[in-house]
Design a protein around this ligand. Structure first.
Ligand code: PMP
Ligand code: GLN
Length: 381
């Protein structure tokens, strides 16, 4: 028989969520909040389902959402974005990543990826015929080795893909790191694909700095956001790409063949959401920071080596010496089956030669759910 491509694997999020369901575990694996985002946004979507729009919206996205994305770029970062030529609405950041890679990466192009990396980066780059060049950052600081970064750029480098804030490291890139990346991109004429889905989930008063703002980057950066993360509505899958018009044009052409459009009623509601005031965004981050602290404190008491967490939904923990498994995979398998708590083995975020002593817990859960998971762990350990 004609063989099918077997190079794509089931993602760790799917694997762990299935196990969590099978074992009635508290699911602290896949990253999603257990309380839906703002009611007014959901009501706007519900009204739009009844009253419309319900037919294909413009391919680039509803004008009101593109305008709202451009306005948010100005308001939060001082970026001047022309909504008509510099924004594409996508079905989540996942589609945005697909579109950017389809449009930019040709066979033989090198793409620099920072490891640990979000699960879809490697398969997407490889399927496009690109050559992934993995550059590793290590805990607890997860700092970029600037000499290694410089060495990763070659005459074949087409793009660097950066996830800032970074899943699962929960790291926010420093301004010095971003400046170094920007200088190398300019020097080597390289594009930057910036997965910034956690841009508003940054804690302790730190602000997110888009790479796009750095000197020479406006014309070579694609900045990806996700309403799923910004409004705690991960199932909606509404994302957006912002970039220079000459890059958005080929990316929009790729988007035509991936989904063409994204549900218009959800777009309408996200457009309204983006106009929310400072208090909403501050509350989102401070609520999450409190959950981070609640879970981190409990995990530390149990002996986990909890790493610093500056952003995102995730705590990464060292399990060395805990006696819950020889590897992260074994620990997560045992934990979901025996304790009834699902986490994610961090080795899943590596392209090879991964450390096997870290697991990731998702903390965007109600306090009583966090407490229940922690007491299950305490009883088990
Ligand atoms: N990038 C990163 C780093 C993520 O953690 C996720 C998962 N939420 C995505 C992209 C996918 O986002 P979306 O659900 O909007 O497709
Ligand atoms: N981004 C989510 C996480 O890191 C998972 C999204 C998905 O399941 N693809 O947990």
């Amino acid at each position: 028989t004609n063989p099918v491509f077997t190079g794509l694997e089931t993602t760790i999020f799917e694997t762990m969520s299935r196990l969590a369901m099978a074992h009635e575990a508290v699911n602290l694996g896949q990253g999603f909040p257990d309380v839906d985002g703002p009611l007014d946004i959901r009501e706007t979507a519900a009204r739009a389902l009844v009253d419309g729009p319900n037919q294909y919206p413009p391919m680039l996205g509803l004008p009101e959402l593109r305008q709202a994305v451009a306005a948010a770029n100005k308001r939060f970062y001082g970026l001047d974005i022309d909504w008509q030529s510099q924004v594409v609405v996508t079905s989540g950041a996942t589609e945005a990543l697909n579109d950017c890679i389809l449009a930019l990466v040709e066979p033989g192009d090198e793409v620099i990826l920072i490891e640990p990396l979000y699960d879809c980066y490697l398969p997407l780059v490889k399927r496009a015929g690109g050559i992934p060049v993995r550059l590793r950052v290590t805990p607890p600081s997860w700092a970029l080795d600037l000499a290694a970064l410089e060495a990763a750029f070659t005459e074949k480098t087409k793009a660097i893909l950066i996830n800032n804030p970074m899943n699962p490291a929960a790291k926010v890139f420093s301004e010095d790191e971003l400046k170094a990346i920007a200088e190398l991109c300019v020097r080597h004429d390289v594009y930057a694909i910036c997965d910034e889905v956690y841009e508003h989930l940054v804690f302790n008063g730190t602000r997110h700095h888009p790479l796009m703002k750095f000197d020479g980057m406006a014309e070579r950066t694609l900045r990806i956001g996700s309403a799923g993360k910004t409004f705690s509505l991960t199932g909606w899958k509404v994302g957006y790409i912002t970039g220079a018009a000459q890059l958005i044009d080929p990316i929009a052409k790729a988007h035509q063949y991936v989904t063409f459009t994204t549900p218009p009623n959800l777009q309408k509601a996200v457009a309204a959401g983006l106009t929310k005031d400072e208090a909403y965004y501050e509350g989102l981050a401070s609520d999450l920071a409190a959950k981070r602290d609640r879970m981190a404190g409990a995990l530390e008491k149990l002996g986990f080596g909890v790493l610093p967490c500056a952003a995102t939904y995730f705590l990464t923990c060292d399990i060395t010496g805990l006696g819950i498994g020889d590897t992260d995979v074994e620990a997560c398998q045992r934990m979901v089956k025996e304790a009834g708590v699902a986490a994610v083995p961090v080795s899943a975020f590596y392209g090879g030669d991964a450390p096997t002593n870290f697991i990731r817990f998702c903390f965007c859960k109600q306090d009583h759910v966090i407490d229940e998971a922690m007491s299950r762990l305490e009883n088990w350990m």
